[in-house]
Design a protein around this ligand. Structure first.
Ligand SMILES: Cc1ncc(COP(=O)(O)O)c(C=O)c1O
Length: 984
């Protein structure tokens, strides 16, 4: 052994230390796992599993890894290149104070941010209660009947409202009338989304144009912004009748803080209301993430997009939450789904709902009244200074006619540390000032100083304390109550708030308690050092439309991350704009569509999709105006090349692309993937490789090298952004060189298409797919930290250990369960799988009556979140252990699964009846197990502590099995009336 003094300093510095923190198994564990599988070495295992034909030609060129401390210092240097000015830009993004109790106990708390989408209702009651609060808050403030549990951003919510209207109204028109004073990013995304669907956007650039288009009657929907992008409030009370007379829908994009003081759209006939909740405690963060909302009239509910949380009952008849009306969603209805949304913005919706809980209706009103008062005082002072204040009616913003002084005044403001709104799209002769919760008297005085002529005295500070009325016209003032439910009126002290937040997170099972072995979802470590930078003010307090120079740090972060992801994927160009995997798919398909059109082949619209595909694939294809043709898979889970050949030939003239997932959602490395890509290329189509499974590829194979033309990544899987209970995500879209010009642009913020600056041929621009140019910018530091600390070797090791761990689970469970689609590789216990393995329970259902769902629920009694249930094959469980789980946790999971197999054997043997055993009655609540009556065929201890190890720390499901059907039949999606909780 070396003496301490002989150990080289470079080794003591241990720059690659983080990899060992990220990876669960150590060298000894690895040796044990390999021997259980029967593989000679990790390399030998990978070579047996991953086809040699796709192996990377060279290692990824990434910077050498650094420690957590060094990475934080380096990233701080990047962050400091951002310049945080006071932003009065508005345009849908506002300063806000995140209450400390929410910041620390939700945004910075892994119990909230590492949770998964609440598919398993029984272990998700806490976050679903918070989401029901969100839905109730949105319904109350907008005056609408039903609201969903978040949208990706306001602009995409408006676009989804457009398609919801198209599906729901009687009008057969293909035209939507859109007020020109909506936020520019909303207009741009509406245009992007309308084009492939053949919808025509009729822009109304004045009140006269609006009136004449409405009176013309040829439209299926009309959209307005409240207040308008320049801050005005218009009286819209007469518009609903005109729009309804045309059998069209009235869509209002509304600011929620304004709605605490202004008549809600539901009270003047709106059919759909959208907007965002960013200013409810969520930092601006260069545009995202934050939760948008969509609310609608009751008749539209079965057609609405996005996740919806509803109230149902559990097996004991008690109220319980679960996801409602899932039959609308992409994972069930695929290309007929109401939208492609899968990951949404749950963590941010939770924060916004908690902001409303903490402040309550009176607190929110006080904030809004303060903002409105300061705005009125600001306007009055500016008028005294002789400034031409444009809008007489408004809430929190004023627009000033500044003519040829516009540039000079904006520059003066910037020099004084303030950003004002420019209206370049309207000729650049106005400036806007939007106040918010953070605005103060000092801000108003500083603004006056910017507009005062040299030597001109400033308005008297006494103005602040005069009884100046807000700019909201009396006829438009809200009189109706909102947020009357006790939850919004009882947690206003910090002690109560802290305990309320804790009581909800205690109900849920997140990664901070146990492994979440969800196949296709990659619930790996979200390291604390990766999370820390997201709340740094230099990242959190930047307005997305601040001048580019102030966002230099974000630009650098974007460049570096895109470069690294390009190394990982083998693609030439990447855009980080899409704010979920589904949006990346959509952007990728638009790139393919744009490329075909630019070559005069716009008719190519057939999208081939294997039957194993994730539901977002066909749903995205439909949104991109494509027709889905399903391709069969063979008995090994590979795409059936004979069927593919036939479909390629049949649709050759119209073939747009194929969408495959690699390795497939069956957990299979298709050995023929290169031939598959060639076949599609030979017929003029392009190959979309869904990159959600990049966890099994990084460092080992690159889709851009083996035949893919486009991929999206799920940074919220492979690159460590936490799932947040169902979002935020980031879905970068990656393309080969000739598709770079067709990456999403963002003209509203002056950004051209493509990361390389390549311009698409005239007439073939792909517009913005998200409201903000960098989508969910604020979570990008997480992936940056991960790559920076792991380096090329660490990332490759992560992939290999993910594959090793899945094979270890398969090896341990092979004697107890059928492993579906195993590779049948001789000598490998478990047969060889990719990074996930599918346990087939269908035969057990026949022999015992026990279903995959029963096993999933029984795992809760063992302290685990279930693996993915019945996807991609009904009656199976798909296990993805990831590289981050230690061997001890993998064994704990395997022990649980083996014990459950023993329980199934007892049912098979007739020891326990098919209708009364620990599996069909799972999960067991503490109340059920400790009840005075116990009439079951098994013992209480068998119900609660099936393994002795559980006695050391037991997770109790707060509710029994939730009844989904009851919930959909008796749909209720807002806070449970207190009376429902009364003791019997
Ligand atoms: C294979 C696959 N593709 C696409 C997606 C969609 O990603 P997102 O949920 O971020 O929209 C998922 C998500 O689970 C997936 O597993």
């Amino acid at each position: 052994m070396l003496q301490a003094a002989q150990v080289p300093l470079s080794e003591l510095e241990n720059p690659a230390e983080f990899a060992a923190r990220h990876l669960g198994p150590d060298a000894a564990d690895e040796a044990h796992m390999l021997s259980a599988i029967g593989a000679a070495s990790r390399r030998a295992l990978i070579e047996a599993i991953v086809p040699a034909s796709i192996a990377r030609s060279q290692v990824m060129r990434l910077p050498a890894p650094v420690t957590e401390a060094q990475a934080l210092v380096e990233l701080r240097g990047i962050a400091q290149q951002n310049q945080v000015l006071k932003s009065f830009i508005g345009q849908g993004y506002h300063g806000t104070h995140t209450p400390g109790v929410i910041l620390r106990n939700i945004l910075e708390n892994p119990a909230w941010y590492t949770a998964y989408t609440p598919y398993q209702a029984e272990i998700s009651q806490g976050r679903m209660e918070a989401l029901v609060n969100f839905q109730t808050m949105v319904c109350d403030l907008t005056g609408m009947a039903i609201a969903n549990a978040s949208m990706l951003d306001e602009a995409t919510a408006a676009a989804e409202a457009m398609t919801l209207a198209k599906r729901s109204v009687r009008s057969k028109s293909n035209r939507i009338v859109v007020a020109g004073d909506c936020h520019p990013q909303t207009l741009e995304v509406i245009h992007t989304r309308a084009a492939p669907l053949g919808l025509q956007v009729m822009l109304a650039n004045s009140a006269t144009e609006w009136d004449s288009l409405l009176d013309g009657g040829d439209y299926f929907a009309a959209l307005v912004q409240v207040p308008t992008t320049d801050g005005s409030l218009h009286d819209l009370r007469g518009d609903a009748a005109r729009i309804h007379a045309a059998q069209a829908a009235f869509i209002v994009a509304a600011d929620l803080l304004a709605l605490t003081l202004v008549v809600p759209p539901g009270e003047y006939g709106a059919d759909i209301v959208v907007g965002n909740t960013q200013r409810f405690g969520v930092p601006m963060a260069n545009g995202g993430p934050h939760a948008a909302y969509l609310a609608c009239r009751d008749e539209f509910k079965r057609s609405m997009p996005g996740r919806l949380v509803g109230v149902s009952i559990d097996s004991h008849g008690n109220p319980a939450y679960r996801l409602a009306l899932q039959t609308r969603e992409q994972h069930i209805r695929r290309e007929k789904a109401t939208s492609n949304i899968c990951t949404a913005q749950v963590l941010l919706a939770v924060i916004a709902s908690m902001y409303a809980v903490y402040h309550g209706p009176e607190g929110l009103k006080r904030i809004a009244q303060r903002v409105a008062r300061l705005t009125a005082v600001l306007a009055k002072g500016l008028q005294q200074l002789g400034v031409n204040v444009g809008n007489a009616c408004g809430f929190d913003a004023i627009a000033l006619h500044t003519g040829d002084q516009t540039e000079a005044i904006a520059a003066r403001a910037e020099a004084a540390g303030m950003n004002l709104r420019r209206f370049r799209e309207w000729g650049d002769t106005m400036l806007g000032i939007n106040l918010d919760e953070t605005s103060t008297r000092a801000d108003v005085q500083a603004l006056w100083a910017v507009f005062a002529q040299p030597g001109q005295p400033l308005p008297d500070a006494a103005l602040f304390d005069q009884p100046i009325d807000s700019l909201i016209p009396p006829a438009l003032r809200r009189s109706s109550a909102f947020l009357t439910h006790p939850v919004f009126n009882r947690h206003h002290s910090e002690t109560e708030m802290l305990r309320y937040i804790r009581s909800l997170s205690d109900k849920d099972l997140a990664l901070d308690r146990s492994m979440i072995p969800l196949g296709s979802c990659t619930m790996k470590l979200n390291a604390t050092s990766e999370m820390i930078p997201i709340t740094w003010p230099e990242f959190a307090n930047i307005h997305p439309f601040a001048p580019a120079a102030q966002r230099a740090g974000y630009a650098l972060l974007n460049d570096q991350l895109c470069g690294w992801l390009s190394q990982a994927t083998g693609y030439a160009g990447i855009s980080l704009q899409p704010n979920a995997g589904s949006q990346g798919e959509y952007a990728g398909l638009l790139a393919i569509r744009g490329w075909h059109a630019s070559r005069g082949e716009g008719h190519r619209n057939i999208c081939l999709i294997p039957e194993s595909a994730h539901g977002t694939n066909p749903a995205s294809a439909q949104m991109a105006g494509m027709t889905v043709v399903v391709v069969k898979c063979d008995s090994q889970g590979n795409v059936d090349l004979v069927d593919l050949q036939a479909k390629c030939e049949k649709h050759s003239a119209n073939l747009s692309c194929i969408m495959i997932t690699y390795p497939s959602t069956y957990g299979v490395f298709d050995t023929q993937v290169k031939a598959l890509c060639q076949m599609v290329h030979d017929h003029g189509g392009r190959v979309y490789v869904d990159g959600a499974n990049m966890n099994a590829l990084v460092g080992v194979a690159a889709p851009g090298e083996f035949g893919g033309d486009v991929s999206h990544l799920n940074l919220h899987k492979t690159f460590c952004i936490p799932h947040g209970g169902g979002g935020p995500g980031v879905g970068p879209v990656c393309v080969v060189a000739d598709l770079v010009p067709f990456l999403p642009a963002h003209r509203a913020s002056g950004q051209a298409g493509g990361t390389c600056g390549a311009e698409p041929p005239a007439g073939h621009e792909v517009g913005a797919v998200s409201a903000a140019p960098l989508g969910n910018a604020a979570v990008l530091p997480i992936s940056w930290m991960y790559v920076r600390m792991m380096g090329s070797e660490g990332l490759t090791a992560a992939t290999e250990i993910a594959i090793l761990s899945a094979n270890y689970v398969a090896a341990r469970l092979a004697g107890h369960y059928d492993i579906h689609f195993s590779g049948g590789i001789a000598g490998l216990q478990g047969g060889g799988v990719a990074h996930e393995c599918i346990l087939d329970l269908r035969k057990l259902k026949d022999s015992s009556g026990i279903s995959a769902e029963d096993v999933a629920k029984r795992l809760i009694d063992y302290g685990f979140h279930a693996p993915t249930l019945s996807f991609p094959v009904a009656g199976t469980l798909m296990v993805e252990p990831t590289e981050s789980e230690p061997l001890a946790e993998l064994d704990r999971f395997c022990d649980a699964m083996i014990a459950i197999r023993g329980e199934i054997a007892q049912v098979e043997a007739g020891t326990w009846p098919r209708d009364d055993n620990p599996l069909v009655n799972a999960p067991h609540t503490a109340a059920a197990v400790s009840a005075d009556d116990w009439a079951h065929a098994y013992r209480r201890s068998e119900a609660a502590y099936p393994l002795a190890s559980l006695k050391a720390g037991k997770y109790w499901a707060p509710v029994g099995r939730v009844d989904n059907v009851w919930g959909d039949r008796n749909l209720s999606c807002s806070c449970i009336p207190v009376s429902d909780y009364a003791d019997d």
